[in-house]
Ligand binder design. Structure first.
Ligand SMILES: Cc1cc2nc3c(=O)[nH]c(=O)nc-3n(C[C@H](O)[C@H](O)[C@H](O)COP(=O)(O)O)c2cc1C
Length: 226
């Protein structure tokens, strides 16, 4: 797949088919993604990949807790959204939420239905494979950014294999459970999860795309020859 096509066709997929993905494919993606750049070539990413029974086990640990513990969960161990978010970021974030819930006919006021959809995060949206990206607690913003680049490289390589992904910081809200489940060493913490698998093309939740600002809203150019 052409790189432009991989970038253009990546989106956060929120309904997967149960079709399993071979371990060799996931290993290949995780290995190749390490060509991502990192400051000083530190390669600060740590990856935990789970599939099959392991995925089901983690889902089963959380399923009975969904009705009572959402949206707070175990509380986050790092702040995902700045408070306040400020403009124009708040509007963009609000807009994408609206589009998501509209695609499945859930009105804004219907909190229980919203939570039910949100809880699908903790089923990996039906994906057969999940990745967790962990980081050294002692590392700083530059290493977080490097892991972001690694995560996107995984998402693009997955496209090259006909797979889709959804990055999932939702897992940070259950960081204690995830730590325990992955037997994460004390010096690491989870930055994000990611669902990986084959998209369900018929699922309405996969039938919309998040918008982007026009080029001139976020980039300036100078010095180029006309
Ligand atoms: C690090 C990271 C974590 C995310 N966590 C979640 C999540 O927990 N659940 C979810 O449904 N989407 C999650 N998203 C997806 C974003 O909402 C999505 O990337 C954004 O709305 C743009 O849409 P697109 O990915 O479809 O282009 C996450 C994205 C990133 C980069």
């Amino acid at each position: 797949m052409d790189v432009k096509e991989a970038v253009a066709s990546r989106y956060s997929c929120r309904a997967f088919l149960p079709t399993p993905v071979p371990e060799t494919v996931i290993r290949d993606i995780v290995e190749r993604a390490a060509r991502a750049p990192s400051a000083g070539n530190m390669q600060p990413w740590r990856v935990y990949a789970i599939a099959g029974k392991r995925v089901e086990e983690l889902k089963a640990r959380l399923a009975p807790r969904m009705a009572t513990e959402l949206p707070k969960g175990e509380g986050v161990d790092y702040t995902i959204y700045p408070q306040p978010m400020g403009e124009p970021y708040r509007t963009r974030s609000f807009d994408v939420g609206e589009r998501l819930y509209r695609s499945i006919d859930v009105p804004r006021e219907d909190k229980p239905a919203r939570y039910r959809q949100y809880a699908r995060n903790y089923e990996f949206f039906g994906a057969p494979v999940a990745l967790f990206f962990a980081r050294e607690k002692a590392h700083g913003p530059a290493q977080w950014a490097d892991i972001g680049g690694y995560l996107q490289t995984v998402a693009l390589l997955a496209r090259g294999r006909g797979l889709h992904t959804c990055p999932q910081q939702a897992w940070v809200s259950f960081h204690r459970t995830v730590r325990d489940f992955l037997e994460l060493p004390e010096h690491l913490m989870v930055y994000s999860g990611m669902a990986v698998g084959y998209e369900d093309p018929d699922a309405p939740i996969n039938g919309w795309r998040s918008p982007r600002e026009p080029l001139d809203a976020f980039a300036t150019f100078s010095g180029f020859e006309k």
